[in-house]
Design a protein around this ligand. Structure first.
Ligand code: HEM
Length: 415
């Protein structure tokens, strides 16, 4: 990605990217977090993924971002997640795991995708008929590849053609029917024939209700809904595989045993695995004006700023010596999240963070949300899942990111 580079102090490196735009890489925790919060740095990672990402929440800036985020935030209340964890997630998890447990083997990546897609299709507002889940999952994986086209290693034109076909199929099979149902419900709500309690609460309905206020073309609504599906699917599968891989490869038997019995311990393992293996190892921003960093370094306008989340999450000045080690019991400094910057920070901080990562209880709290990833991992361990000794996991060759494309497991009787 980069040509020559030079240090400008305190973890920032200046270099030149292939389009000859000056590039600065930040890798210190404090500077990466400041950059995520800075108002003069705008999203730049998805310029090559515009087919699926143009004008999506993650790609908006300033007041446009604030207005859309404010609307969509209303769908991400803690009471909603509590309801999901209690009522929906157990069924979603069982539907993802049970068919594989019955035959004695399965794949972690597939299980992670399938379980979370149950939730994200609900959040996004995409209705999935029985028998169409495989198709939707395939389409969403193509969208994910399209969004991160900047990291793709294969032929770009083949990738874009595949993404174009997936968008057409998504539109016909899922988006148009889901939209028609919601438009019908909203018309009924307006003329008093349908009560508010029968209108879905999801991203698609919210955007259709605000088409005029936000001046939203239908293609943007389609991309936004598609983005929700792929943002959740890929990151959850990534977090699940890395959590269990860390536990199986580096965790001790005692930790594994305790994690199997207590989802709160597993939740700490999820946060620690997220710190070490962010779904997106880098974020990219572009400066809209000169930006002064805490070190005093000034980054010139129109510079590409690479936020090295993976390096920041292992910054020894925050995590101490041994920051590379998987240690779910480590002390986390005040003001820092156990998952580091893996859910982002500032205006674009992940909207699905509590859905996937849960909310650890403070002393006296009555509710402890464990999060989708911990509950999925817990159900797998309790079902006797272990890595398949005959088939090692495979790293995805289609991207420079360290992602598992397959993680075969078998189910063994628990001793
Ligand atoms: C372990 C799971 C997940 C991880 C690690 C993760 C990570 C992230 C990160 C790092 C960002 C910010 C990117 C940036 O600043 O450039 C982000 C944004 C976002 N994520 Fe997640 N995510 C996860 C799960 C989810 C889920 C389940 C959903 C949907 C239900 C979701 C929806 C979003 C959305 C809509 C944004 C954009 C927010 C904005 O721009 O205001 N994520 N996520």
């Amino acid at each position: 990605m980069v040509g020559g580079s030079a240090d400008v102090g305190h973890g920032a490196r200046v270099s030149t990217c292939p389009v000859d735009r000056p590039t600065v890489t930040l890798s210190c925790f404090g500077e990466v977090r400041d950059a995520m919060r800075a108002k003069d740095l705008r999203q730049a990672l998805y310029d090559d993924g515009a087919l699926v990402m143009a004008d999506c929440l993650l790609d908006l800036h300033g007041s446009e971002h604030r207005d859309r985020r404010r609307l969509e935030n209303r769908l991400f209340r803690r009471e909603t997640f509590e309801d999901y964890e209690t009522n929906l997630l157990p069924r979603a998890i069982a539907e993802a795991i049970d068919p594989m447990a019955v035959v004695g083997r399965g794949d972690l990546v597939q299980i992670g995708y399938r379980a979370v897609m149950h939730l994200t299709s609900l959040v996004a507002g995409i209705d999935v008929a029985d028998g169409d889940a495989d198709r939707l999952e395939h389409i969403v994986k193509v969208f994910s590849k399209g969004a991160t086209a900047v990291h793709a290693t294969g032929d770009r034109s083949d990738l874009f053609a595949e993404v174009g076909d997936a968008l057409v199929e998504f539109d016909e099979l899922f988006f148009q029917p889901s939209t028609a149902r919601r438009q019908y419900a909203l018309a009924g709500l307006a003329n008093g024939t349908i009560p508010a309690s029968e209108v879905s609460r999801d991203v698609l309905t919210t955007l259709l209700q605000n088409v005029d206020a936000l001046d939203l073309p239908i293609e943007v609504i389609r991309r936004e809904v598609a983005f929700y599906l792929q943002a959740g699917g890929h990151s959850t599968a990534n977090a699940l595989t890395h959590t269990l891989d860390e536990l199986w490869s580096h965790g001790d038997a005692d930790l594994l045993g305790r994690a199997r019995l207590d989802p709160a311990i597993l939740q700490r393992c999820v946060h620690e695995a997220l710190r070490l293996h962010p779904a997106s190892p880098v974020a990219w921003r572009r400066t809209l004006a000169p930006v002064e960093m805490r070190s005093g370094t000034v980054i010139a306008e129109n510079t590409l700023v690479v936020l090295d989340i993976e390096a920041a999450n292992r910054d020894e000045s925050v995590w101490g010596a041994g920051s590379d080690r998987f240690d779910p019991n480590r002390d986390v400094p005040d003001g820092v999240h156990a998952w580091g910057l893996s859910f982002g920070a500032g205006p674009h901080a992940c909207i699905g963070m509590e859905l996937d990562g849960g909310v650890p209880a403070d002393p006296g709290d009555s509710v402890h949300l464990h999060g989708t990833v911990a509950l999925l991992a817990s159900a797998l361990l309790r079902a006797g899942a272990v890595p398949d000794p005959s088939e090692p996991p495979e790293i995805d060759p289609g991207t420079e990111r360290l992602h598992y494309s397959r993680y075969p497991i078998v189910f063994e009787p628990l001793s």
